[in-house]
Design a binder for this molecule. Structure first.
Ligand code: ADP
Ligand code: MG
Length: 216
């Protein structure tokens, strides 16, 4: 499967649509253990990204992803703005001048995105953050890809592991970010950032399914 710049734009539009649709749910999750702005933060950011996409149709994938990253940094705010911004900037840096990616390149971009979040936020898995959804998701994707699954099948496994990771944040004690101020009271609530990661993972799967249907 070849993933083109047009497909990456499709993925970003899909992310924006999912964030908009789930905005209030994300904000409700953040109301329980944060400051009730995660859905609004991300919706503001991805709405700004949408206004820039029409000008990016002939750009390479690296440029598109970097533009998304810098737009998120300047519009999202909160902890998640710089974290998601860094993720897209780092992913973009792996795809400079590329107009097509193979599945292995997408996995490389995802790994770079997660490393960016780790470097920027200094969190580890188990701290009850977005990393607890992203880490298991990328691992399952890598493993499925390495054992020869096609990209759609591998992404389905990745999304399932991302969802399980998201749900596994419920019993966790938050030790990073705003939720950590609550101490023990953070236990019993699903992490908002892990939930937005799940939406993004779903969008990536929808993009791959779209490529598969349009190629067959
Ligand atoms: P804020 O907490 O500043 O209001 P948001 O509500 O937009 O920002 O985002 C909160 C989410 O950010 C959390 O649910 C968590 O997943 C993520 N997060 C917070 N701090 C970190 C960190 N240091 N590393 C990784 N993710 C983090
Ligand atoms: Mg918040």
């Amino acid at each position: 499967m070849q993933i083109t710049a047009k497909h990456i734009i499709y993925f970003i539009e899909e992310v924006a649509a999912r964030i908009k649709d789930q905005r209030d749910e994300l904000t409700l999750l953040d109301a329980a253990i944060g400051d009730a702005d995660h859905g609004n933060n991300l919706d503001r950011g991805f709405s700004a990204v949408l206004t820039k996409l029409p000008g990016m149709t002939d750009h390479d994938i690296g440029a598109i992803l970097k533009n998304v990253g810098s737009t998120l940094v300047s519009t999202v705010g909160g902890a998640s703005g710089p974290l998601y911004g860094t993720a897209f900037l780092r992913a973009g840096a792996t795809a400079v001048d590329r107009f097509e990616l193979a599945p292995a390149d997408v996995i490389t971009a995802l790994e770079a995105a997660m490393e960016g979040i780790q470097t920027r936020g200094k969190a580890q898995r188990g701290d009850k953050t977005m990393l607890d959804a992203m880490g298991p998701g990328i691992e399952a994707l890598q493993q499925a890809h390495a054992t020869g699954d096609d990209f759609v099948v591998a992404l389905r496994k990745g999304v399932a592991a991302t969802e399980a990771g998201m749900q596994a944040t419920i019993p966790m004690l938050a030790t990073k970010g705003r939720a950590s101020y609550l101490g023990e009271r953070s236990i019993g609530h699903q992490d908002p950032g892990a939930t937005s990661i799940f939406l993004i993972a779903q969008a990536l799967l929808v993009m791959a399914e779209y490529i598969q249907t349009t190629n067959s």
